[in-house]
Design a protein. Structure first.
Length: 72
């Protein structure tokens, strides 16, 4: 009796795997689109942060120089 149960379990797993694969195929296009959009938005935000950081560093260079002179 054990071999029949194993054969049924194997087939059950195979069918589950096929079902999951079909579900993933259905969801993949929309998910990929959303992830690409998120990636683009994150890239834009990181670019803005980088530009602001450079701007702050540029504007604060004089102040840092003054502080170094007064500290030393």
């Amino acid at each position: 009796m054990q071999p029949k149960a194993d054969a049924k379990e194997w087939r059950s797993h195979l069918e589950s795997t096929k079902t999951f694969a079909e579900n993933i195929k259905g969801i993949l296009p929309e998910s990929r689109f959303k992830l690409e959009k998120l990636s683009d938005n994150l890239a834009k935000v990181l670019d803005k942060i980088s530009k602001r950081e450079k701007n702050i560093n540029t504007n604060m260079t004089d102040m840092v120089t003054i502080l170094r002179v007064h500290i030393n």
